[in-house]
Design a binder for this molecule. Structure first.
Ligand code: SAM
Length: 282
């Protein structure tokens, strides 16, 4: 009998992946965590039935959430990851020799434990001595922090369940206060294709614009996320993602990447007209 994993991406759209076997299923205090071995995408982790990472396309998301801000300010020293329990964002950040320290605040220890057991190529830096891992709610962690981080990456689930508070103005204000003067915040910002996701992207963008002087949206093609077309938010106190972008400096670091490159960096901010209109007009 064939085994398929199906994600209901919207009420009218599903993504189905043929599965060799299910490797793990557990219920944490916060969510259900499942791991499947799929034919096309390798191992897949889902949270509450929604795709989080697959071995085959995780590099796209992690390249784009890390290397875009790092190429705008390659001198970033202190970074914070909110969420990111699979470890992919930490892995990419810790490739930069100039990074002194990364704090990571993941609400659900089970996600990290499962990643360590089933996704060694993604979670392999979670024990790096430059990383401090806190199992806490990111919203509570951010309260009262001031002038601490050069970069905050919000690698969250969707704005439902434990991730909901990570899409609020209060949380973005706490992040603003926690950033240093050239500080950058990056967040995953849903898909513009399906209305329910697009609305969230627009709302997040509007909230960020009320708090940060520089706010831009960028894009990537991620096959296993709803519609395969994903947006990210870039917000900064002082640095513009294309005008302050430092391609030569980044290229001198000689990091090999499979998705990100410095030509793609500019293209990622060149949004299709319908997306621009949606973001501007809601
Ligand atoms: N790449 C994924 C995507 O866009 O579908 C998201 C990555 S997944 C690693 C996001 C992580 O955020 C999960 O491990 C989840 O437990 C964590 N998370 C959700 N809400 C959180 C909160 N309030 N504080 C800290 N971490 C949270």
């Amino acid at each position: 009998m064939e085994l398929w994993y199906s994600e209901e991406q919207t009420a009218n759209v599903r993504l189905s992946l043929k599965v060799k076997e299910q490797l793990f299923s557990g219920e944490s205090e916060f969510q259900r965590v499942d791991v499947f071995d799929t034919y096309e995408y390798g191992r897949l982790m889902t949270l509450d039935g929604l795709v989080m990472v697959t071995e085959k396309d995780e590099f796209i998301y992690h390249d784009m959430i890390v290397h875009i801000p790092m190429a705008v300010n390659p001198s970033i020293k202190k970074a914070l990851i909110i969420g990111g329990g699979d470890g992919g964002t930490a892995r990419e950040l810790l490739r930069y020799k100039g990074i002194d320290h990364v704090d990571m605040v993941e609400i659900d220890k089970m996600v990290c434990d499962v990643a360590k057991e089933f996704f060694p190529t993604i979670s392999n830096e979670l024990n790096n001595p430059k990383l401090s891992l806190y199992y806490e709610d990111g919203v509570a962690y951010m309260k009262g922090k001031s002038n601490l981080y050069d970069l905050i990456i919000i690698d969250s689930t969707d704005p439902v369940g434990p991730g909901e508070g990570l899409f609020t103005s209060e949380f973005y204000t706490d992040c603003f206060n926690a950033l240093t003067e050239n500080g950058i915040l990056v967040n995953q910002n849903e898909s513009p294709v399906y209305e329910e996701f697009a609305k969230e992207a627009v709302r997040a963008n509007e909230k960020l614009k009320k708090i940060f002087p520089i706010v831009e949206v960028y894009q990537a093609q991620i096959p296993t996320y709803p519609s395969g077309y994903w947006l990210f938010g870039f917000a900064s106190k002082a640095l513009h993602p294309t005008k302050d972008f430092k391609p030569q400096e980044w290229n001198r670091l000689n990091l090999t990447t499979r998705y990100y490159n410095t030509e793609l960096h500019l293209g990622a901010f060149a949004l299709p007209t319908y997306v621009k209109e949606y973001i501007e007009n809601g």
